[in-house]
Design a protein around this ligand. Structure first.
Ligand SMILES: [Zn+2]
Length: 101
């Protein structure tokens, strides 16, 4: 077994312009390639737009998630007396610190 780092790099190098990122159709040199975010190739506008939509959906879900966490913290602050004990028992982290005998 011969293992040289240089050869390995050549094999692992992604040929990112060879196929459409979405449908994996081979991209030929003389056809239009639709780039997205610098290094992501697509065979058609449709494929690229689909990827853009997926990315936007991801970003939206990320934003929703962060908003949710903010709301949760607000809720625990406003009605802490009623809900904290039942919904989030982890909030009362007294065990470690208080059991200092
Ligand atoms: Zn495609």
């Amino acid at each position: 077994m011969f293992y040289c780092g240089g050869c390995e790099d050549q094999y692992e190098e992604p040929h990112f312009l060879e196929a459409c990122f979405l449908c994996h159709k081979p991209l030929r040199p003389n056809t239009d390639i639709f780039m997205y975010r610098g290094n992501t190739p697509f065979c058609s506008k449709e494929c690229r737009e689909e990827q853009i939509e997926m990315d936007e959906a991801k970003e939206k879900s990320w934003k929703r998630a962060s908003k949710r966490s903010v709301r949760q913290s607000d809720q625990t602050n406003t009605n802490s007396s009623s809900s904290s004990s039942s919904s989030s028992p982890n909030k009362t982290v007294r065990t470690g610190t208080l059991v200092v005998a």
